[in-house]
Design a protein around this ligand. Structure first.
Ligand SMILES: NC(=O)c1ccc[n+]([C@@H]2O[C@H](COP(=O)([O-])OP(=O)(O)OC[C@H]3O[C@@H](n4cnc5c(N)ncnc54)[C@H](OP(=O)(O)O)[C@@H]3O)[C@@H](O)[C@H]2O)c1
Length: 253
């Protein structure tokens, strides 16, 4: 159980996986959660768990043109938000190295531009909070080194990571905290398509617990599991080993 309580929290990407686990835990801890994603049926099922503590706001966060409608939707629920968690994400892999720009745009539209859209929409609601506004964005440990077939996904997460780190500097620090979350492999609908080994795979509930522990301390970077994070850090220092030998081996499966 987390000691984050009595807050109004907007979670974008709450219909499954890590976002759903966070929504349930935060709702159980006495927060009011606004759950967003595209799948209205899944959001409604979430609301049924505790309609007093959770509201559904179906959104497609990838489209900037939806911003006004999303703002109005939020206004119909609340005047202020204390915490926004942006967990919306999609993955597409480079199967035959087609370098199809449309595929890269699809991934960036959700993972990167969706992050910008969500934070831009949330900002006035966070400023209206009587608490210090808190922005939490989902990056990935994959941004630490180049992974095979992850050209689009990894690049989008590296972009998200950089964007959030710049925000830490540019947003007034007395008004906002920002955390970047870098999970390793988590068992969710997103990773169910993966046909490669996923070392130290954890459940969405375990991932949510790690994220909440980091959020309680308002850690700048919440990276887990530690063992994978350390291994990737080592590989990034010894990049020759990864890019010349180990990476190409992984690429060939
Ligand atoms: N699972 C992992 O191993 C892992 C590792 C590192 C980082 N992450 C990151 O963690 C985050 C959560 O991933 P997950 O594993 O929990 O995946 P997931 O279960 O597939 O959840 C992704 C969420 O994003 C929502 N979403 C997708 N497109 C959207 C859009 N256009 N507008 C609004 N919501 C949208 C999905 O809902 P709808 O489809 O209903 O819209 C869903 O709620 C992602 O950012 C992912 O990149 C995951």
């Amino acid at each position: 159980m987390t000691d984050i309580t009595d807050k109004t929290i907007w979670i974008v990407g709450a219909s499954s996986g890590i976002g759903e686990s966070l929504a349930l835990r935060l709702m159980e801890a006495g927060n009011f959660v606004i759950a967003s994603a595209r799948s209205e049926d899944k959001l409604n099922a979430l609301v049924q768990r505790n309609p007093q503590r959770i509201s559904a706001l179906p959104v497609d966060i990838s489209k900037e043109s939806n911003a006004d409608a999303i703002t109005q939707g939020l206004q119909s629920i609340t005047d202020s938000i204390d915490i926004v968690i942006v967990a919306a994400g999609v993955v597409e892999y480079e199967d035959d190295l087609a370098l199809d720009a449309a595929m890269y745009r699809r991934v960036f539209d959700v993972n990167f531009f969706g992050m910008i859209n969500a934070i831009a929409i949330a900002r006035p609601f966070l400023e209206a909070s009587s608490h210090k506004g808190y922005i939490v964005g989902l990056s990935s440990l994959s941004m630490m080194i180049g992974f095979p077939r992850a050209e689009a996904y990894g690049a989008s997460k590296a972009a998200v990571d950089y964007f959030l780190h710049s925000l830490m500097i540019d947003l007034p620090q007395r008004k906002f905290d920002v955390s970047v979350v870098r999970p390793g492999f988590v068992k969710t609908p997103m990773t169910s398509v993966n046909d490669f080994p996923m070392p130290f795979l954890m459940t969405a509930d375990q991932a949510a617990d790690r994220i909440l522990k980091g959020m309680e301390k308002r850690k700048r970077v919440i990276a887990f599991p530690k063992r994978l994070s350390m291994m990737l850090r080592l590989l990034s220092w010894m990049s020759c080993l990864w890019y010349k030998y180990l990476g190409p081996k992984a690429s060939r499966g």
